[in-house]
Design a protein around this ligand. Structure first.
Ligand SMILES: C[S@@+](CC[C@H](N)C(=O)[O-])C[C@H]1O[C@@H](n2cnc3c(N)ncnc32)[C@H](O)[C@@H]1O
Length: 270
């Protein structure tokens, strides 16, 4: 069950309904640290009357929304029903059609593994005006917060962001990535949503030719006070991640740049 009062949000007299044409702002909340919000995102949050937000939006970012604003949580929470993506989209459309301006707040950047593209498509199809405010994607936040540059002339001339999430229950074979491409050296690979599939990802990369001693790391809660970084190699990382009980949200980084963490992290201000 989701816990919001339909009449409150959809009545034409609902608080926040205005004479101005409604719009939906798809806003990137960044990886968690509120200092990493864009100026535009901060302004929209401070002026918001209705915020629809996901699980990955940090408490610190949500605290910037005015106390009197309505908040609708649409992320996963144990024991509560999760809104499916179609239901979230239908909710956004109904809210906008009932005259509300909506801040749709999403972790990281809305257009990087955030389904912002699907929501934008649905809004466009429904004829609802929308804007997209970029956020710092978690890979960028993680890079800055750990001392793992995403590119470096000595280590990586390209960076690839991939999802480790299985789209269905097809098992690890459902993770259809271009392994030969991802296993090429001199690149940085960042895997989002890959904690569960980490052993499979590392095994596939090794099988497709990436050296077993390639530096690799997993970073949990990047940019937040609870951030944890575990470093190892392609071969050792799955065991290390399990030993440290790494949980989502976490990113996996694979490539020579990970070796810079030891050199940079010690002198980095946090
Ligand atoms: C559904 S994707 C959303 C990505 C988001 N739109 C972005 O741009 O970062 C969720 C995944 O992003 C990654 N993620 C998001 N925030 C993170 C954080 N603070 N630390 C580590 N990983 C994070 C994790 O891999 C998590 O499973």
């Amino acid at each position: 069950m989701t816990s919001f009062d339909e009449t409150r949000y959809f009545s034409p007299l609902a608080p926040g309904a205005s004479a101005l044409p409604p719009k939906v702002s798809l806003v990137g909340a960044g990886p968690g640290d509120p200092d990493l919000l864009t100026v535009k995102a901060l302004r929209l949050l401070q002026q918001a009357q209705l915020v629809v937000y996901d699980k990955l939006v940090s408490r610190e970012v949500l605290a910037l929304v005015p106390a009197q604003a309505d908040r609708i949580y649409v992320g996963k929470q144990s024991g509560l029903h999760t809104l499916r993506q179609e239901e979230i989209i239908a909710l956004l459309v109904r809210l906008a059609r009932s005259g509300r301006s909506v801040v749709r707040l999403k972790g990281g950047d809305p257009y990087v593994f955030g389904r912002g593209g699907e929501e934008a498509q649905a809004l466009a199809a429904a004829g609802i005006a929308f804007e997209v405010v970029p956020g710092i994607t978690s890979a960028q936040g993680m890079a800055a917060a750990t001392g793992i540059p995403l590119t470096h002339r000595d280590h990586a001339t390209q960076v690839t962001l991939v999802t480790g999430h299985l789209r269905d229950e097809a098992g690890e074979r459902g993770l259809e990535l271009d392994w030969s491409c991802l296993a090429r050296p001199h690149q940085t690979l960042v895997v989002y949503m890959g904690v569960a599939t980490l052993p499979h990802v590392c095994a596939q990369l090794e099988r497709h030719g990436l050296a077993a001693d390639t530096p690799a790391a997993v970073v949990e809660n990047a940019t937040l006070p609870t951030q944890r970084t575990v470093t190892g190699t392609l071969r050792t990382l799955p065991t290390l991640a399990r030993a440290h009980a790494i949980r989502a949200p976490a990113l996996i980084v694979i490539g020579g740049v990970v070796a810079l963490h030891a050199e940079l992290a010690a002198q980095m201000l946090r």
